[in-house]
Design a protein around this ligand. Structure first.
Ligand code: 5GP
Ligand code: ZN
Length: 112
């Protein structure tokens, strides 16, 4: 499959991993939007959070969020932000589910 994050998970494209286990991989974002900007993704291909929900893989979904929240807690000063851009209107540019973990600065709302 021609998927950037599948290739990264397979080690075919280099990345800076910060966490890896059998089902979940976390890497540094190549274009960080905060002092900490990590992408947490399943090793297996799911296009977005809706597809993972459709797959009804509750343990994978829970584990993905567990890893993301742990990294946010470790890297954040006093909080952090988790983002899952989904689809065209959601601003998703890589169609392999990933959770953005943003931390290390004060975040504003609403997002752009
Ligand atoms: P999205 O727009 O789909 O929510 O997020 C995609 C993210 O992937 C962006 O923040 C972008 O900077 C990041 N990204 C795109 N290509 C690469 C890459 O080759 N390596 C890494 N580490 N991050 C990437
Ligand atoms: Zn993929």
């Amino acid at each position: 499959m021609d998927c950037l994050f599948c290739k990264i998970a397979a080690g075919e494209i280099p990345s800076k991993p910060v966490y890896r286990d059998q089902t979940v991989l976390a890497i540094e974002d190549i274009n960080p939007q905060a002092p900490t900007h990590i992408l947490v993704m399943p090793v297996t291909h799911h296009a977005n959070i809706g597809e993972l929900s459709d797959a009804a893989d509750g343990p994978l979904l829970a584990h993905l969020m567990e890893v993301a929240t742990k990294l946010g807690r470790e890297r954040g000063r006093d909080g952090y932000r988790l983002v899952m851009n989904t689809g065209e209107d959601g601003g998703q540019t890589v169609d392999h589910l990933h959770v953005h973990v943003l931390a290390g600065r004060h975040m504003t709302w609403p997002p752009g």
